[in-house]
Design a protein around this ligand. Structure first.
Ligand code: ADP
Ligand code: MG
Length: 374
């Protein structure tokens, strides 16, 4: 891993600092539902406050163009920040009008925090428009990248701003990279990947990369397992299979089959679809988890949202939680399952990145990370 420049490498005292954070939290009825991604980013903000900086926070929430998850305004996040940091004065830029934002940034006092409007409400963000990147850069003396969750995107606040401003990694980005790099490159053996869920296309490359790096076993569940089982000519009836990735699964199987462990029994729903791993599979996976020294978990074993298909994810989650291995978990639905089962605290590291964690573990080069390398 190439070392990164971080906050500690530069003199920040009294500077105006633009911080790209990963405060993309779920919001319902104008309230933040879960503040994990906010609390994970606070170490950087507090360090800047201690260094008498003027702070400008920029982040995105939700997805533009997605009717069910429209891009939202940052106001509820500002409310949550005020609740967490009671004695700090916050200013809120309620739009992207350039002169207004500039004036607010120039009027900032030491120890104050200006929160910019949702980055994805500006058309320049996702297009990586250089005018927008330069406009953002002109607000501050230093840029701190602390949004691990977007380092795989070539957006203005990821790869654009660093072209115009001295850029360093924040503490969260540094920690994520260190944890995931250690887990991928220097695991203590036996090293396991427990992988399930539905998004096969993001997970199959992770399996290939970690097995090539010497991971001892993959324990598969969910639709990911179905893709391998299908190639084994198991009759999956109406179960979901990701047709596009059958060939990739077959190629990985040919290369690593002795290290890919598949379910041997299943729980079916009324439509003859596999919706969970069965009891025999749970027991054999538990045995492997019990002796592991490194475990990376991404993706539920079944449709844990429904009571009848919960056992696989719950029992495997509990086995991971009590194991003495180094335990790393990530993925939106995996974290939701861990929270539901009250197992979050027992993991050693929870990644704030879903897609980006998988790309990192698949060995892909992240554009936002390349820029941070010394
Ligand atoms: P993560 O967000 O943790 O990376 P994914 O988004 O890939 O995980 O997948 C999570 C979803 O996969 C869950 O909503 C779960 O219900 C679903 N799932 C798990 N097993 C199956 C299965 N056998 N068939 C269909 N869906 C499944
Ligand atoms: Mg998901």
């Amino acid at each position: 891993m190439v070392p990164m420049k971080t906050l500690k490498d530069i003199d920040l005292r009294g500077k105006t600092v633009l911080v790209r954070t990963g405060f993309d939290v779920p919001i319902e009825n104008g309230k933040v539902q879960d503040n994990f991604r906010i609390t994970a980013g606070l170490e950087t903000v507090k360090y800047l406050l201690q260094n008498h900086c003027k702070i400008i926070l920029a982040f995105h929430i939700g997805r533009k163009g997605d009717k069910e998850n429209p891009a939202l305004r940052v106001a509820p996040v500002v409310e949550e920040l005020k609740r967490i940091m009671r004695d700090i004065s916050f200013l809120e830029a309620s739009g992207w009008e350039g002169q207004m934002v500039k004036r607010m940034a120039q009027g900032l006092r030491e120890g104050q925090i200006l929160v910019l409007e949702n980055l994805r409400l500006h058309p320049g963000e996702e297009k990586n428009d250089h005018h927008f990147a330069r406009e953002l850069a002109s607000l501050a003396d230093i840029f701190v990248q602390d949004a691990f969750c977007v380092l795989h995107r070539d957006h203005a606040s990821v790869v654009g701003v660093p072209k115009y401003l001295l850029t360093v990694a924040g503490f969260l980005v540094a920690k994520e990279v260190e944890e995931l790099d250690n887990a991928a490159e220097r695991p203590t053996h036996p090293a396991l990947i427990v992988i399930g869920g539905a998004k096969t296309e993001t997970k199959i490359p992770v399996i290939a990369n970690l097995l090539a790096k010497g991971y001892d076993q993959v324990l598969a569940g969910g639709v990911v397992a179905n893709n391998f089982l299908k190639n084994q000519k198991v009759d999956l009836k109406n179960s979901t299979v990701d047709q596009e990735y059958l060939d990739d699964a077959a190629a990985i199987w040919d290369q690593f089959q002795s290290r890919i462990i598949l379910p041997s029994d299943y729980v079916w729903n009324a439509k003859e679809q596999i919706f969970d791993i069965g009891g025999e599979t749970i027991r054999s996976y538990q045995d492997l988890i019990n002796v592991a020294k490194t475990i990376i978990w991404n993706g539920p074993m079944g449709v844990f949202e429904e009571e009848r298909f919960r056992a696989g994810t719950l029992k495997i989650g509990q086995a991971i939680a009590v194991s003495s291995a180094k335990k790393i978990a990530g993925g939106g639905d995996t974290i939701a399952a861990l929270r539901k089962f009250q197992l979050l605290e027992q993991m050693d590291f929870i990644s704030t990145g879903g897609g980006v964690m998988l790309e990192f573990l698949a060995g892909k080069k992240l554009p936002g990370l390349k820029i941070l390398n010394k």
